[in-house]
Design a protein around this ligand. Structure first.
Ligand SMILES: [Zn+2]
Length: 97
């Protein structure tokens, strides 16, 4: 599915939940796997961070996800939509505070 970057500060749209070292750590523990490559299907780099993404219309749907990305794909200058595997998306609960 197509997603695009959420534009936020380093901690993301919500504070990092307790018990996690980083958003990449959050993704690994909730996905139950190891982050290897950048989730962008057109990118060959290694995953460096847990990036915040949303569907292209996500501002209305409020469905936000964490997915492993390289620094380049997570950069605020990357404004393009990109294709990722839906199974790699880990949702951010709306209940997090
Ligand atoms: Zn990438």
């Amino acid at each position: 599915m197509k997603v695009k970057n959420l534009k936020w500060g380093p901690s993301g749209p919500r504070p990092l939940p307790k018990g996690y070292k980083s958003w990449l750590d959050y993704w690994i523990k909730n996905y139950g796997g190891v982050a290897t490559g950048c989730a962008n299907k057109d990118c060959e780099n290694k995953a460096a961070v847990g990036g915040h993404v949303m569907p292209p219309d996500g501002k209305r749907s409020n469905h936000w996800f964490i997915i492993p990305l390289c620094e380049g794909c997570n950069s605020p200058s990357n404004r393009h939509e990109f294709e990722v595997a839906q199974r790699h998306l880990v949702g951010i609960s709306n209940q997090l505070s």
